[in-house]
Design a protein around this ligand. Structure first.
Ligand code: KIV
Ligand code: ZN
Length: 531
């Protein structure tokens, strides 16, 4: 059986989707999950973007890139110039298997309107960038940005130059999600037939989902001979997103015979929990009817289907829920479960925690078990995700008292600020969430715009844990009253997540965690508050 290389770019292309930015600790958590999933390559970020991006990739390279006997390749993206290439190498050099991924646009639209470069200049720059990357490390990937709108003959010339300069992987991105499966098939066959030295390198496809064809195009590329797929968990990514890892992996797994015996090294039983983790940490919900990992992906509602399923599951089921690690029964623990049981269960769920974190998580688990009879796997994952969100921030909520009636509500909120000083404020509002958010705004000294507010019950039952996610931006900051807030927070979105049996408490945690993300990109503000 031949394996298709799974190159995951959740932490690079995925993180570029609006509002999906993650803290370094969250990125590391996702990288660990990707390693357990057994992806072959983790594209951990774009180190030239900022010193924070560089150190986040470095942390992943050092830990996950040296994990066990066969750690994943850790890859960093670089534009085709010296500074980017150096930053990328700095970031991945400590991994056992580092890769530099460099790219340059090749289509006429990009050459003329973005780069202002001739064909010859593009070829020259690609050759120089790949050769420079090759001096730094052996494993070099080259992507021809907007390859699918590039003249086929010119694309082959660029790729030939990249192979000569030392590229070991050639990537064909459909950057704007434009092509159809038939066109992808032709493009891959053209490249295979016309690029000198192609038999010695890996050919890769990278698709975006603007017309809803990313998975189909990726699979067409594989059928035509590509042996690396560039994907993200849940298909997160800019605009309509990237190809979803779980869809390609399960298509190859389920239809391996059709694909001539191709498969991947992925441990499919990790798919469900990795999807949940990415959804929680990126603040991007998974639609219920999403292929493979959606809540309804294995639900058979129609009577005629249920009848067939009862007679023989294969009448309507092409994959088993357990193949993707979706537990049939989620019931796991109760108030009498001990610390060790919690630690083991969290590790099984893909959230290993050290002894320091265990103390606090156990206290939270006990508090939850007092309020909720059955604590499920989903509850535990939500509990851990909420804890991560809070500890990575600068403000922490320590208390909340709500008074609520038909005429409105008031909320007394207690926070600890970045300098560990206790802060307290009482505000009123139209309802408890409104009052609570107003009080938090006053303590932090901001007035962001609330773009989205969602509540979701983690499990069934009146005692269910409520998950809240919020999305905010700084669009409403008045430069006169908040001069310290720059353009970066006005234009960007930030998400936050909280979980509690009380949805007002969960809402307050989610709001504080979104504000903390906003403060992280606006250090001036943090300093101003702290001084
Ligand atoms: O979509 C794209 O073209 C990319 C490249 C940088 C590979 O993400
Ligand atoms: Zn992309």
């Amino acid at each position: 059986m031949t394996s298709v290389i799974v190159f995951d770019t959740t932490l690079r292309d995925g993180e570029q989707s609006p509002g999906a930015s993650m803290t370094p600790a969250e990125k590391l958590q996702i990288a660990r999950a990707l390693s357990r999933l057994r992806v072959d390559v983790i594209e951990a970020g774009f180190p030239a973007a900022s010193p924070d991006d560089l150190s986040a990739v470095q942390a992943i390279a050092r830990e996950v890139g040296n994990d066990g006997d066969a750690p994943p390749i850790i890859c960093a993206l670089a534009r085709a110039h010296e500074n980017d290439l150096r930053a990328a190498f700095e970031a991945v050099r400590d991994a056992a298997r580092p890769r530099i991924h460099t790219f340059l646009a090749t289509s006429p639209i990009h050459r003329q309107l973005k780069l202002g470069m001739s064909r010859e200049e593009v070829i020259q720059k690609v050759a120089e960038a790949v050769a420079r990357a090759k001096e730094l490390t052996d494993d070099v990937e080259f992507s021809a940005e907007d390859a699918c709108r590039t003249e086929p003959g010119f694309l082959c010339e660029v790729f030939t130059a990249a192979v000569r300069a030392g590229a070991t992987t050639l990537n064909v991105p459909d950057t704007v999600g434009y092509v159809t499966p038939l066109e992808m098939d032709r493009r891959i066959r053209t490249v295979r037939a016309n690029v000198a030295g192609i038999e010695d390198v890996t050919l890769s496809v990278h698709c975006h989902d603007d017309l809803g064809m990313a998975t189909a195009n990726t699979l067409a590329g594989v059928a035509a001979g590509a042996r690396q797929v560039e994907v993200t968990i849940n298909g997160v990514g800019e605009r309509a997103g990237n190809t979803a890892l779980e869809e390609v992996v399960m298509a190859l797994h389920t239809r391996s015979v059709f694909f001539g015996g191709l498969d991947t090294r992925i441990d499919t039983t990790q798919l469900h929990r990795t999807s949940r983790l990415v959804s929680t940490l990126s603040g991007m919900p998974v639609q219920p009817n999403k292929a493979v990992v959606g809540a309804n992906a294995f639900a058979h509602e129609a009577g005629i289907h249920q009848d067939g399923m009862l007679k023989a599951r294969q009448t309507y089921e092409i994959m088993r829920p357990e193949t993707i690690g979706r537990p049939e029964s989620e019931l796991v623990m109760g108030k009498h479960s001990g610390r060790h049981a919690l630690k083991v269960r969290l590790a099984e769920l893909g959230h290993p925690i050290d002894d320091d974190a265990l103390d606090e998580t156990f206290a939270r688990f006990k508090a939850l078990a007092d309020r909720k009879k059955h604590v499920t796997n989903a509850d535990l994952v939500a509990l851990v995700a909420a804890r991560e969100g809070e500890t990575s921030g600068v403000f922490r909520m320590t208390g909340l008292d709500i008074k609520c009636g038909t005429g409105g509500a008031s909320a007394e909120v207690r926070l600890v600020d970045p300098r560990e000083r206790a802060q307290i404020y009482t505000a009123s509002g139209g309802g408890p969430v409104d009052a609570c958010f107003r009080a938090i705004d006053r303590i932090v000294g901001v007035s962001p715009r609330l773009l989205e507010y969602r509540v979701h019950a983690v499990t069934e039952g009146i005692d269910a844990l409520g998950e809240v996610s919020v999305r905010i931006c700084g669009a409403d900051h008045d430069p006169k009253t908040h001069p310290q807030w720059g353009e970066s927070t006005r234009a960007r979105e930030f998400h936050g997540y909280g979980a509690d049996t009380d949805i007002i408490v969960a809402s307050a945690h989610a709001y504080v965690s979104a504000l903390n993300r906003m403060l992280a990109v606006e250090p001036v503000m943090t300093r101003a508050k702290a001084s």
